[in-house]
Design a protein around this ligand. Structure first.
Ligand code: TXA
Ligand code: MG
Length: 320
C-alpha cells in the first residue's frame, strides 16, 4: 500500500525514518519527484529497481541535505567544493570518486568507483533528507522509460501500490532533472544537460565543459550507464522543430505560434518552458493524443535540457 504523507514536520520525520528502515518513498525536489531509498540498504535498492521496472542496474544519485553530509561518501576536489558552494542547494549533480570505506551499497553505484551526489533546494526534500540521516538514492519516480513526474498525480499514475509512500508536496519548480557533471577525472565532463544551464557552470569553473556524446548508435557505448537514447517517453509519437502541425498532430508550441493546443511558454521563456515540459507531455498522454508536433526551441541555457529530453523522447523506443 502507498501511504500519502503531507509536508508537516511530523510526516516528514516519519517518512524519513521509514526510508532509513528500508521503505521506498517518493518525494518532491525542485527538479522532478524522486523515488527515495536508503543508499546503504542493498535490499531496499533492489526493491527500488524492481518497482521502477529497470532491467539494468543504472547508478543512482545520492541525495543529502548538505555538502557536509556527503563528505563521508565521496572525495570533494577543489573544483567540486567551488561548484557546491556556488550552486548547492540546487539542480546540479556532481560525479566524484567514492571513499574507500563507504557504507553505500554497490547497487547504488552499479559497481562504479564513482558516485553521483546532489543537495536539492526543495525545502521539503531537504527536511526529509535532514531527518533521514543516511544518503538517499533517488531516481526519478516514474516507471523506467516513462516521463519524469513533476506532480504527485504523475507519481501515482505509474507507481501507486508499488511503493511504500509518497510525500505530496509542491509541483516541481524547475521541471527537468539536474545537470550532471563528472569531476572524477582530469577534465570536467557534462554528462547530462539539465536544470542548471551549462553556461553557468563553465563561468564558475572558468573553463569549457567537455560533452559526453549525447547520441550513440549503440546504447552499450554510452559513457554513463543509464543515458539511453530512448527515455522520458510519452505514449504519443513526437516530431520536433515543427513549424506547423500536420494531419492528426497536436501542436505543443513555444513562443508566438498559432494553432498550438498547449504552449510551453508563449513569451519564449525557457525557464517557464522547462517547468511546463513534463507536465504538458503528461497531460497530452492523459488526453490520449497520438502524435505531438513540437515547435522549435532555442538550444541555449535551459533550452539544452529541453531539447535533450525531447530528442530522447522522440528516439526509437529502446527495450528499457
Ligand atoms: O534531478 C534529478 O537528478 C532527479 C531528482 C530526483 O534528483 N534524479 C534523477 O535520477 O534524474 P535518475 O536516476 O533518473 O538519473 C540519474 C543519472 C543516470 O543517467 C545515471 O546514469 C547517472 O545519473 N549517474 C549516476 N551515478 C553515476 C556515476 N557514478 N557516473 C556516471 N553517471 C552516473
Ligand atoms: Mg529518470
Amino acid at each position: 500500500m502507498t501511504v500519502i504523507y503531507s509536508t508537516s514536520e511530523q510526516d516528514l520525520s516519519d517518512a524519513a525514518r521509514r526510508i532509513r528502515e528500508g521503505a521506498l518513498i517518493a518525494f518532491p525536489t525542485e527538479t522532478v519527484y524522486g523515488l527515495g531509498a536508503n543508499a546503504c540498504d542493498g535490499e531496499a535498492l533492489a526493491r527500488l529497481y524492481a518497482a521502477k521496472g529497470r532491467p539494468r542496474f543504472n547508478p543512482l544519485i545520492l541525495h543529502a541535505a548538505s555538502t557536509d553530509a556527503l563528505e563521508p561518501y565521496v572525495h570533494f576536489s577543489d573544483q567540486a567544493i567551488a561548484l557546491a558552494k556556488r550552486f548547492w542547494p540546487g539542480p546540479l549533480t556532481i560525479v566524484l570518486p567514492q571513499q574507500a570505506e563507504t557504507p553505500v551499497s554497490k547497487l547504488a553505484s552499479a559497481g562504479l568507483p564513482t558516485a553521483a551526489v546532489r543537495v536539492p533546494s526543495s525545502e521539503t526534500a531537504r527536511e526529509l533528507l535532514f531527518h533521514a540521516k543516511t544518503p538517499v538514492a533517488a531516481p526519478s519516480a516514474n516507471v523506467s522509460g516513462g516521463l519524469s513526474p513533476t506532480k504527485p498525480s504523475h507519481v501515482l499514475a505509474g507507481l501507486n501500490g508499488k511503493i511504500d509512500g509518497l510525500i505530496e508536496g509542491d509541483d516541481c519548480r524547475v521541471g527537468v532533472e539536474s545537470t550532471i557533471i563528472d569531476l572524477s577525472s582530469e577534465t570536467p565532463v557534462l554528462l547530462r544537460a539539465g536544470g542548471l544551464p551549462k553556461e553557468d557552470i563553465e563561468k564558475a569553473l572558468g573553463q569549457p565543459l567537455t560533452h559526453a556524446h549525447d547520441s550513440f548508435e549503440d546504447d552499450k557505448a554510452r559513457p554513463s550507464p543509464g543515458l539511453l537514447n530512448s527515455h522520458y517517453a510519452p505514449k504519443a509519437t513526437l516530431r520536433l522543430n515543427a513549424t506547423s502541425p500536420q494531419n492528426g498532430e497536436t501542436l505543443l508550441g513555444f513562443g508566438t505560434v498559432t494553432g498550438a493546443s498547449m504552449n510551453l511558454s508563449a513569451s519564449s521563456d525557457l525557464v517557464e518552458a522547462a517547468a511546463n515540459l513534463f507536465a504538458m507531455l503528461h497531460e497530452m498522454d492523459a488526453l490520449g493524443v497520438d502524435a505531438i508536433a513540437v515547435s522549435p526551441i532555442p538550444t541555449d541555457g535551459l533550452g539544452a535540457a529541453i531539447n535533450d529530453r525531447l530528442n530522447r523522447a522522440s528516439a526509437p523506443r529502446s527495450s528499457e
